[in-house]
Design a protein around this ligand. Structure first.
Ligand SMILES: [Zn+2]
Length: 109
């Protein structure tokens, strides 16, 4: 039982009591409890791969020295856009991602 499972159980248990009565409630609670227990069964379809975190940064293509940094403004378009300014020449450019940010890649063997 993880914290999410406990929180969910506390959230739904009053409704289960009202709907099913005290005897059924105990059985349903037990089933919900088991479904969040990580020791009950192992899902063989889940693969776990070692990762490494890298920083994705965007260099300015005008001065080739500075890096774009977010202005703090978010344009609520779809997808959202993030205005940036070059740290050296102050060039303005808007991207659909903020820079720098973390990217997870498969770990090198
Ligand atoms: Zn620049």
């Amino acid at each position: 039982m993880n914290h999410l499972g406990l929180a969910l159980l506390h959230l739904v248990s009053p409704f289960i009591k009202v709907a099913a009565g005290p005897i059924l409630t105990k059985r349903i609670k037990h089933e919900i409890w088991e479904s969040f227990d990580p020791t009950v069964g192992v899902d063989m379809a889940i693969e776990k791969t070692p990762l490494q975190a890298v920083r994705a940064d965007r260099r300015c293509d005008q001065c080739a020295e500075g890096y774009f940094r977010p202005t703090g403004v978010v344009l609520a378009s779809c997808p959202a856009q993030y205005p940036h300014r070059c740290s050296i020449c102050d060039r303005a450019q808007t991207f659909t991602e903020r820079y720098p940010h973390v990217v997870y890649e498969d770990a090198k063997a």
